[in-house]
Design a protein. Structure first.
Length: 729
């Protein structure tokens, strides 16, 4: 529900009850004209039997009636009104402030206003239907026609002819949709004089002080009273003041001005519009353009702008990009045409640049909106946490702000979700309800990941990171490199923001790492460890879905991946990356040329990407050197020696696993010369063997599993070693 406004700009209006009384008072002038018209009709039928005339009037034509029609001069009004006696038309604005406002906004004449009263009267009192039917000599015509309005308001044939222009398509009444001409269903085509007059429902509600959003606009419009959100707006008070001054200056000089907010979704454009409306003392009429198009409401732009005029609101067209498509070109032109006639400020919003194909009479002022920087995101997290009464350690707030490029709506949603999950957890622990109902940092990170828009499923598989630092066995130098990757991802806001490196480096801000080494040496596990440490989602790219034989499709897929990865705040993991990032070849045919174009395009996307991407390859020498130079970190995963194989054997079994006394990890490390991935397979297979045989993992189970793993590799385990390798010595 929209809260009532505390003040109006411009005209100071009386209370709603007094305004309704004033519009009824304005009808008294119409009553005087109707009385004169009825008097003239009575005089014309004075020689006819009054009882018969009244009983049959409007049902058939009498001989006397036809003679009267022939005696009347061509074009003469059908009956006399007060104006025939030299009296000027009554100015309804003298008794109705709302009519005066309509007259000012739409530049209506006194004649136009009286036409509005003629059409409005049956909406307020049904007695006018009977009066109109009597005057038009047709009991079926209970609504006024153009001819009746002209006869009532004009003092002669000349005036009646000239006033027809007030009902033309380009007239103020018709062009702005204030008055609708209704053709006669039984007379096609219907002459102008025979067309009925119907006041638009929007105007009826305004004149009768019943303010609510038009039903035609309700599916895709919202009328809101902006809160005090200036401090949360991306535009500061000085910028908003400057915009308002430009808008007021343009209006004073007769210029048509539209402000265009350009930026991606979630950059604060809506809040800036609300703050601007509040500063101007207006409400905000927010139009969801994509929903309007989906609901086939593209023909209602003038209705929207009329709503803004009546409700003293700032129109805000959000999501304008959908109208820039070829299939909606007509709707886009209709919007521009409507804005060319709108004399107030308005805002359009979209991600693409402003329309170059605009109108010369409509000037567009562009205001660019970028994503929230770290400081703004941190302030939003603190604000939303405070609103929900949630306290969080400063390092955790910084981590949330650094790793999730969220809008305020997403941040508020994440905090609400975490609070609800904490309440659910607290309800399950009634003994410690107060403390249990507070969301933890882990729950807030989980809620933030859920808020991220994951649209990578067609080209990537989501991997649930389960491994932690103690699960991975690598030399100290490689482990240190992995920790450096995490540190760079966590401290980017300090280096690029606070320390100013962002001004020096416009590209290459992302953390792009190359993991190279033989299969099974822990590259995928390391990616999971990093994602787990940063508490981000991990997506493994399916290269078979990316590379296309069709020209240009691979580039489209790559663009989509990097764009969605940024929105998803996720870690990208390209396994077997040499299939996509391989060396450029000598151009021998068209295929080579387009393959090299794809690689060049990929180089560009890697430089533009400001997230975390990990590329894994078994053969570094197959990678294009241009890619290797652009890697922030290169980690070599060596084949594990005996000592690291022993560590892997020790860490691969969960603590709950029952191991027999004959299992010797040192002997296994000496005998089974395989990498960690294969060791994990052997451990899992031996567990299944043991589960079906005694429920304790023993050396024979391990050696049986090892032989199967060697078979998969096309190799054989030494039988002598196999009999004793796992046993204690």
């Amino acid at each position: 529900m929209v809260a009532p406004r505390k003040k109006r700009r411009g005209l100071v209006s009386p209370r709603d009850g007094a305004e309704r009384a004033s519009i009824l008072s304005a009808l008294r002038g119409l009553d005087r004209m109707l009385a004169a018209a009825l008097s003239s009709v009575r005089e014309a039928t004075a020689n006819v039997d009054e009882g018969a005339a009244e009983q049959l009037r409007g049902l058939y034509l009498t001989h006397e009636g036809v003679e009267r029609l022939l005696a009347r001069e061509p074009g003469e009004p059908a009956f006399a009104s007060a104006t025939n006696d030299g009296e000027e038309l009554h100015d309804p604005t003298e008794s109705s402030a709302r009519l005066r406002r309509v007259a000012d906004v739409y530049d209506l004449s006194v004649f136009d206003l009286n036409v509005l009263l003629v059409a409005l009267a049956p909406e307020l009192d049904r007695r006018y239907e009977q009066l109109y039917a009597y005057l038009q000599d047709d009991i079926t015509r209970k609504r006024p026609t153009v001819d009746m309005a002209l006869s009532l308001l004009c003092d002669g044939a000349g005036a009646k002819l000239s006033r027809r222009a007030h009902f033309a398509p380009d007239s103020s009444l018709v062009r702005h949709g204030l008055l609708h001409l209704i053709p006669d269903a039984e007379q096609q085509p219907t002459p102008l004089l025979a067309q009925g007059l119907k006041l638009d429902e929007q105007l009826v509600r305004f004149l009768t002080a019943h303010e609510c959003l038009d039903a035609r606009l309700a599916p895709f419009c919202r009328l809101v009273t902006p809160a005090d959100c200036g401090s949360q707006s991306p535009l500061d008070a000085d910028a908003r003041r400057a915009l308002l001054e430009v808008a007021v200056g343009a209006r004073a000089s007769g210029e048509r001005l539209a402000v265009y907010f350009q930026g991606e979704a979630g950059t604060g454009k809506r809040r800036a519009a609300e703050a601007l409306a509040r500063d101007a003392g207006l409400r905000l009429l927010a139009v969801d353009v994509p929903r309007m198009v989906a609901g086939d409401g593209v023909g209602l732009f003038r209705v929207i702008l009329n709503e803004a005029r009546f409700d003293e609101a700032l129109p805000y067209f959000d999501g304008l990009d959908v109208l820039r498509r070829d299939e909606h070109a007509a709707a886009f032109n209709a919007l521009l045409d409507a804005l060319c006639e709108f004399d107030g400020p308005c805002i359009m919003s979209g991600a693409r640049p402003p329309p170059a194909e605009g109108r010369t009479e409509l000037k567009v002022l562009t205001v660019a909106f970028g994503p929230h920087d770290f400081a703004a995101r941190r302030a939003l997290w603190l604000e939303c946490l405070s609103e929900e009464g949630v306290g969080l350690d400063v390092p955790d707030v910084d981590a949330l702000a650094a790793r999730f490029r969220f809008s305020r709506r997403q941040i508020a949603g994440a905090v609400r979700d975490a609070v609800l999950k904490a309440r659910l957890r607290g309800a399950a622990s009634p003994s410690n309800l107060h403390q249990a109902s507070r969301p933890t940092a882990r729950e807030l990170f989980a809620a933030a990941r859920a808020q991220s828009r994951h649209e990578l499923s067609a080209l990537a598989a989501k991997v649930e990171p389960r491994y932690e630092w103690e699960d991975i066995q690598l030399p100290d130098d490689q482990l240190e490199q992995l920790r450096e990757i995490c540190a760079q991802a966590a401290c980017g806001h300090v280096v690029y923001g606070e320390w100013g490196f962002g001004r020096k480096m416009t590209a290459g801000r992302g953390v792009v790492a190359l993991f190279s080494g033989p299969p099974g040496t822990g590259k995928t596990m390391a990616a999971e460890v990093i994602a787990n440490e940063l508490r981000l989602d991990l997506f493994k790219i399916d290269l078979s879905q990316i590379v296309s034989k069709y020209i240009g499709e691979t580039e489209k897929n790559l663009d989509r991946i990097f764009r969605e990865a940024r929105r998803s705040n996720a870690v990208l993991f390209f396994d077997e990356a040499d299939a996509l990032f391989g060396k450029r070849s000598e151009v021998k045919d068209a295929h080579d040329r387009y393959a090299n174009i794809e690689i060049g395009y990929l180089l560009q996307k890697i430089e533009e990407f400001d997230g975390i991407a990990i590329l894994a390859t078994n053969l570094r020498q197959n990678m294009d050197e241009a890619f290797v130079r652009r890697m922030r970190v290169i980690v070599e995963f060596p084949f594990p020696d005996e000592e690291y194989r022993r560590r892997i054997w020790e860490s691969v079994f969960p603590s709950e696993t029952p191991l027999g006394d004959d299992v010797n990890f040192g002997a296994l490390a000496r005998t089974i010369r395989l990498a960690g991935g294969h060791i994990k397979n052997i451990a899992l297979a031996s567990a299944f063997y043991a589960a079906a045989d005694g429920r304790v993992i023993r050396a024979p189970h391990l050696m049986r599993a090892a032989r199967r793993e060697y078979q998969k590799l096309g190799r054989k385990l030494n039988e002598e070693d196999g009999r004793t390798g796992a046993a204690k010595r």
